[in-house]
Design a protein around this ligand. Structure first.
Ligand code: NDP
Length: 498
C-alpha cells in the first residue's frame, strides 16, 4: 500500500478530539441515557471519536424543538429571499471549510480524499446554491373553476404551497454530508424545520454541518442533528409531530419507513437501492467502454446506489472487454482514503466488508468465476480488492441483490433484446446506462429501460438540475430538479366566491 497520506489539519484533529453531543434547539446536549456509539477510521479500524446514541426521549426533544421553531414562524415566516440568503451563506461556509470537511469525511467514511474534495464537499455548495434559488420561486396557480355548479355564483380559485412542517431527514453512510444536504437543503428552502439523523457509522460531518448552519443564520431549532442507530431513526419516523420523512438508504429500511409512516399518513420521499445495469453494444469503443465501466462499478468503492454492478456486453467485444476490465481492476492500487494516489479505499465498516465478502463467496459457490480480486488483503482496515465476476447465472443472488461494494458481474449477450430484458429483470430500477454511438438504437432502447435515470455513454453522473430517483423498489419521489421543493410543501386550494 502507498503511504503518501494527506496530513490531517489541526482543526480536524481538534474536532475529532471533541466530546460530541446532539445538536438540539441550537445547543449541544448529551443523550438522556448517556449511551455512546464508537466511530472508527475504516482505513485502520481504530476508534477516532464517539457520539451520543440518541434514544426516543432525545428524538422527542429534537422533534419538539423543530416543531416549536416551525409553529413560531421563525423560519417559515421569513421572506423566502432571507431563507435563500441563509442557504447561500451556508454554501459559502462549506466552501470556506472545504478541506476540513473533506478530511473529516474521509477519516470517518474511508473514501478517497479526492472524492471527498470533489464530490462530497466540492459539489455541495453548487447544490446548495441551486436549491437556495428555488426558495424564491415557490408558486401556486390561479384558475377559474371549471363547472357552473351553482347558477349565478362566481368563484375564483388559486393554490398555495405551504411548508409541510417538521421533516425527518435520514441519511446513509456512503455520501454522509452530500446526501444529508440533499435532504436538508430543499426542506429548509421550502420553509420547513428539520431533524437530521446521519448513519451511526458516519455521523461526524453532519455535526459540523449543524454548527455551520447556525453560523449561517438558521435560527435555533430549524436544523437539529441527532446521532443514533436505526432505533433513533424508527423513533423519528413514528413521531406524531413529524410531517415528512425524506430517506436515502436500503430498500429494506425504506419499506419499513414507508409502512411506519403510512400509519399516520406522514409523507415520504425514498431514494433506495439499485442493481444497476450497464449495456455495452458492439459498436462501443473498447477503451471508452472499459474506462467508463471502471468508474461506473468502482467509484467510491462501489458504495453508490447508482453504481453499475451488472455489465452486459455484446458478444463481439465480450472477451476483449473482460480481459481489459479485469486487468485494469487487478492493477488498481489499494490504500487509505487520505492517500490521494490510492484508487480503491476501505469499505465503510467491518460489518459491511464482511457482507460484501459473503456475496462474493456465495457467487463462487453458485458456479460463478472470480477473475479479478475477490479477497480482503491482510492487514488492518476494511479493504476488499476490486472484484470482477463472470459466468454468473442470472438467477444467482450476485446478479439480483445490491452488493454495494467494488464487485461487478459481466455477462455476454448475442441479441440486444436479451440485454434489455436482463437489464430490466430486477425488482429495482434506479439507474441504467447504454454505451453506443448508434443514435437509432439509443432512441429505441432508452424508453425500454425501466430506471429513474438512463445515462448514455456515461454512468453515475448526477446534477442538481436533473431529477434523481428510482422506478420500482428503488424508491418513491425524486431528489433534484426545479421541483425539488414540492415534496416539502402541502398544496392548498383556496376558493373565493364573489
Ligand atoms: P440502512 O438503510 O439500514 O440505513 C440508512 C439510514 O437509515 C441510516 O441512517 C440508518 O441508521 C437508518 N435506519 C436504519 N433502520 C432504520 C429504521 N427502521 N427506521 C428509520 N431509519 C433507520 O442501510 P445500512 O447502513 O444498513 O446498509 C445496508 C445496505 O443498504 C447496504 O449494504 C446497501 O446495499 C444499502 N444502502 C443503500 C444506500 C443508497 O444510497 N441507496 C446507502 C446506504 C446503504 P444506522 O446507520 O444508524 O443504522
Amino acid at each position: 500500500m502507498n503511504a503518501m497520506r494527506v496530513e490531517i489539519n489541526p482543526e480536524v484533529a481538534a474536532f475529532l478530539a471533541r466530546e460530541h453531543r446532539l445538536f438540539i434547539d441550537g445547543e449541544w446536549s448529551a443523550a438522556v441515557s448517556g449511551a455512546r456509539i464508537a466511530v472508527f477510521d475504516p482505513a485502520t479500524g481504530s476508534q477516532i471519536a464517539s457520539v451520543p446514541r440518541a434514544g426516543a426521549e432525545d428524538v422527542d426533544r429534537a422533534v419538539a424543538a423543530a416543531h416549536r421553531a416551525h409553529e413560531s414562524g421563525v423560519w417559515s415566516g421569513l421572506p423566502p429571499a432571507t431563507r435563500e440568503r441563509v442557504l447561500l451563506r451556508l454554501a459559502d461556509l462549506i466552501e470556506a471549510h472545504a478541506e476540513e470537511l473533506a478530511q473529516l469525511e474521509t477519516c470517518n467514511q474511508g473514501k478517497s480524499i479526492n472524492i471527498s474534495r470533489m464530490i462530497d464537499v466540492g459539489a455541495s455548495p453548487s447544490y446548495l446554491r441551486y436549491v437556495a434559488g428555488l426558495a424564491t420561486k415557490i408558486t401556486g396557480e390561479t384558475f377559474d373553476v371549471s363547472i357552473q355548479a351553482i347558477p349565478g355564483a362566481r368563484f375564483n380559485a388559486y393554490t398555495r404551497r405551504e411548508p409541510i412542517g417538521v421533516v425527518a431527514a435520514i441519511a446513509p453512510w456512503n455520501f454522509p454530508l452530500a446526501i444529508g444536504l440533499w435532504k436538508v437543503a430543499p426542506a429548509l428552502a421550502a420553509g420547513c424545520t428539520v431533524v437530521l439523523k446521519p448513519s451511526e457509522v458516519t455521523p461526524l460531518t453532519s455535526l459540523r454541518l449543524a454548527e455551520l448552519a447556525l453560523e449561517a443564520g438558521a435560527p435555533p431549532g430549524v436544523l437539529n442533528v441527532v446521532t443514533g442507530d436505526g432505533q433513533a431513526g424508527q423513533a423519528l419516523v413514528a413521531h406524531p409531530l413529524v410531517s415528512k420523512v425524506t430517506f436515502t438508504g436500503s430498500t429494506a429500511t425504506g419499506k419499513a419507513i414507508a409502512r411506519a409512516a403510512a400509519d399516520r399518513m406522514a409523507r415520504t420521499s425514498l431514494e433506495l437501492g439499485g442493481k444497476n445495469p450497464a449495456i455495452f453494444l458492439k459498436d462501443a469503443p473498447l477503451e471508452q467502454a472499459v474506462n467508463g465501466a471502471l468508474v461506473a462499478a468502482f467509484f467510491n468503492n462501489g458504495q453508490v446506489c447508482a453504481a453499475a454492478s451488472r455489465l452486459y456486453v455484446a458478444r463481439e467485444i465480450y472477451s476483449d472487454f473482460v480481459d481489459a476490465l479485469s486487468a485494469a481492476a487487478r492493477g488498481m492500487s489499494l490504500g487509505p482514503g487520505l492517500d490521494p494516489a490510492a484508487q480503491i479505499n476501505p469499505l465503510v465498516s467491518a460489518e459491511h466488508r464482511d457482507k460484501v465478502l459473503s456475496h462474493v463467496s456465495r457467487a463462487r459457490e453458485g458456479g460463478a468465476r472470480i477473475i479479478a480480486g475477490g479477497a480482503a488483503p491482510p492487514g488492518a482496515g476494511y479493504f476488499i480488492e476490486p472484484t470482477v465476476i463472470v459466468d454468473a447465472a442470472e438467477s444467482l443472488p450476485i446478479c439480483r441483490q445490491e452488493v454495494f461494494g467494488p464487485v461487478v458481474t459481466i455477462t455476454p449477450f448475442d441479441d440486444e433484446r436479451d440485454a434489455i430484458r436482463m437489464a430490466n429483470d430486477t425488482p429495482m430500477g434506479l439507474g441504467a446506462s447504454l454505451w453506443t454511438n448508434d443514435l437509432k438504437k439509443t432512441m429505441d432502447y432508452v424508453p425500454r429501460l425501466k430506471a429513474g435515470t438512463v445515462w448514455v455513454n456515461c454512468h453515475v453522473f448526477v446534477d442538481p438540475n436533473m431529477p434523481f430517483g428510482g422506478y420500482k423498489e428503488s424508491g418513491v419521489g425524486r431528489d433534484f430538479g426545479i421541483r425539488a421543493l414540492e415534496p416539502y410543501t402541502e398544496l392548498k386550494s383556496v376558493c373565493i366566491a364573489h
